[in-house]
Design a protein around this ligand. Sequence first.
Ligand code: FAD
Length: 435
Amino acid sequence: MKIHGWGNFPFVDSEVKYSSDYSKIQDYILKQNQVIPSGLFRSYGDSALAEHTFSSLRLKRFLKFDLENGVLATEAGVSFAEINEVTIPQGWFLPVTPGTKFVTVGGAIASDVHGKNHHKSGTFGEFVNRFKLMLSDGSILNCSKLENPELYHATIGGMGLTGIILEAEFNLQKIRTSVIEQKTLKIRNLDELLAKFEEFSDFTYSVSWFDTSAHGKNAGRALLYLGEHSKSNEFNLDYKSKGKLIDLPFNFPNFSTNSAFLNLANKAYFAKEFKREKNFTTNFDTFYYPLDAIHNWNRVYGKRGFAQYQFVIPFENAAENLKKVLSVIEKYGQTSFVTVLKVFGESNENYLSFPKKGYTLAMDFPISRKSLEMFDMLDKIIASADGRLYLTKDSRMSAEFFQAGYPNLYKFREIKSKYDPNNKFNSLQSIRLGI
Ligand SMILES: Cc1cc2nc3c(=O)[nH]c(=O)nc-3n(C[C@H](O)[C@H](O)[C@H](O)COP(=O)(O)OP(=O)(O)OC[C@H]3O[C@@H](n4cnc5c(N)ncnc54)[C@H](O)[C@@H]3O)c2cc1C
């Protein structure tokens, strides 16, 4: 079958194997020369793509839920959407969640995903106590900070390249209600936005949507979303996962991705907020997962697909570097609609984990000759700012740029060659990047 990531670029013919039986998975792995694990394919590029893919989507069991201490163990194919249904009504919530709930536990560990609270809580992987990993020889190892710690740090953020995560145990955070108290600020430009992130750094959750159609003195105008878990007695723990509100059944025509259309969409989105500041309460799904309301929204970008360009750069000279990025986008006449700026806290010990202290900006652009050329220009700015790109979003960066941005790659390679000496676990991405 043809498989692809969320960006619909690239596509590859793949034989996808499903199984819930560990001994059958073992037999399968032993027979393969090459395989990559996959989950719900919410990675944007080619990290879960290969000619042979093992899908975790039949590994669906909940194994343990310690209600007193908020410890959950599940198999790797359980999704965050399924976890929310079970744990929120019991007063426990994921400690870290990405901007979609349609990710599996295995995928979240392999990408070491971050959420709107990275500056306070770090990544999802930092809450993982232990997991079981199937290696290239079919053996199954327990990994934790104490048991096989190097494999533990290589696998969290390791993009499926060390083996198949079968099951994992992780800690949840206690919540009193399923309601978020939200503050939305309308911001005039980039300097004001960075100042507001600093001013409101005590908020547990912060994220901004950024208008890339604005230039000159308005460049970087944004909506800043801040949130806290409500503790008010007015609310309870009722939670019903919101289904899709709109379904896009086909790819949109190309006009929807041209810059004039996207410029208008950006302006309209910024204009929808009238007030400089708004305070209100909202539910979890609307706050954490706004894009999940539109099923298959990735089809908006048409048949050619799109790439999400997500980088992190240190705080030092950040305003200047972000302005350089915006001016390159303007020069190439490109506009992104889903544009998200967040603050990252400290990096962790996982060898290929993406976050490090600074700002991260994610932008979506349709694939075209022009946008691919623009990405190469942006890479130069990010490289000279000592930044890097997020593997789970990438479909096109060069091996040199990747290797310069990930200084612990050599440690990862040592562990990979020890546990996967024949390089059985590889993806289109790992081959392209020489991992
Ligand atoms: C709308 C949207 C918003 C997003 N927001 C964020 C965000 O805020 N923060 C963030 O960090 N990410 C975000 N992402 C990216 C997403 O969280 C990651 O790509 C995540 O890894 C996807 O999980 P998945 O189950 O779909 O895995 P897949 O996309 O199928 O696979 C991703 C990687 O995990 C590996 N993998 C999958 N299952 C296993 C397994 N069982 N064992 C070993 N390796 C495995 C694959 O080999 C691959 O390298 C977003 C994605 C979308 C579409």
